[in-house]
Design a binder for this molecule. Structure first.
Ligand code: PMP
Length: 287
């Protein structure tokens, strides 16, 4: 449950927390966000998440609302005030409010900052990982800068709904070349017959997942081979394992693609190993 939300300098009760009706996040999706996992009251990979937040802001030329140190203090307060031990912190920065106009607002318009935290059942994703998930492929229909974590998430929302209608938990976007770019809210991976991990290279087609980066660190420490290259749905169906990564799911095995089993149709051993290693390799903030 979320009790308290930080909005533009004040801690508000959840029911009363609000932004301006002419906020540019609301009108133009002129906003970026981050989601950080909270593990036993501590932040997982905060440095990487804040670095990506700063990069998203720079790419859109939205001024940073405050220093990383100040933001960390607010995040800490929001976690405490909501008594979150296991869950997530969500933060969003918009270009601020003003009379609706495509032109950017005058310099000095303060960005909007919202920080909220929410508890989740401890270990829920571990339970889901025991059976794995299905994914549904969807033609890529997002914009050309998926490397920026904007709140422009309508294609992802619709893709996930189509996945749900087809009994799948996640959607995989497939580009015009027939390659899987990433999930609607996760990065996509396969494990080839010889045990090599394959995931799409970092480019404007995908979000540079923080979990992707930390899973890569874990895989290197485990002595696994990694190839950053595109793969097709056909290759994914021929692979030994598939999985997705995100701050909320960590490493989640994919057991079917469009209803067809991957490998033996069960969660794979490498996904399991990387999942178990993840929090030993990730940066865990001092609590
Ligand atoms: N790709 C997309 C499109 C996402 O929305 C997300 C999660 N927000 C990810 C990848 C995974 O990123 P992260 O590991 O940083 O959560």
């Amino acid at each position: 449950m979320t009790r308290i939300v930080y909005v533009n300098g004040a801690y508000k009760r959840y029911e009363e927390a609000a932004v301006h009706v002419e906020d540019r996040g609301f009108q133009f999706a002129d906003a970026i966000y981050e989601v950080i996992e909270v593990l036993d009251g501590r932040l997982v990979d905060a440095t990487r998440h804040l670095a990506r937040l700063a990069r998203s802001l720079r790419e859109l030329r939205i001024p940073a609302p405050m220093s990383d140190a100040a933001l960390m203090l607010i995040i800490d307060q929001v976690i405490r005030r909501n008594r979150v031990r296991y869950g997530i912190v969500y933060m969003q920065v918009t270009r601020g409010a003003g009379p609706r106009d495509f032109a950017l607002p005058p310099a000095g318009t303060p960005p909007t900052l919202v920080v909220l935290a929410r508890s989740q059942r401890k270990g829920w994703s571990a339970v889901l990982a025991e059976t794995g998930i299905g994914v549904k492929t969807i033609p890529e229909n997002r914009w050309g800068r998926c490397d920026i974590k904007t709140v422009m998430l309508l294609p992802a929302v619709l893709a996930k709904d189509e996945a749900r209608e087809n009994g799948a938990k996640e959607a995989w976007f497939v580009d015009a070349q027939g390659n899987v770019t990433e999930g609607a809210s996760s990065n996509a991976w396969i494990v080839t017959a010889d045990g090599t991990l394959v995931t799409h290279p970092l480019d404007p087609q995908i979000l540079p997942g923080v979990t992707r980066a930390t899973v890569m660190d874990a895989a290197k420490l485990e002595g696994l081979k990694i190839e950053e290259r595109a793969f097709s749905k056909a290759e994914a169906l021929r692979s030994r394992e598939a999985f997705v990564t995100s701050a909320t799911n960590i490493v989640m095995p994919v057991v079917t693609i469009d209803g067809v089993p991957v490998g033996d149709g069960k969660p794979g051993p490498l996904a399991h190993r990387l999942r178990l290693r993840f929090h030993h390799v990730a940066e865990i903030s001092a609590g």
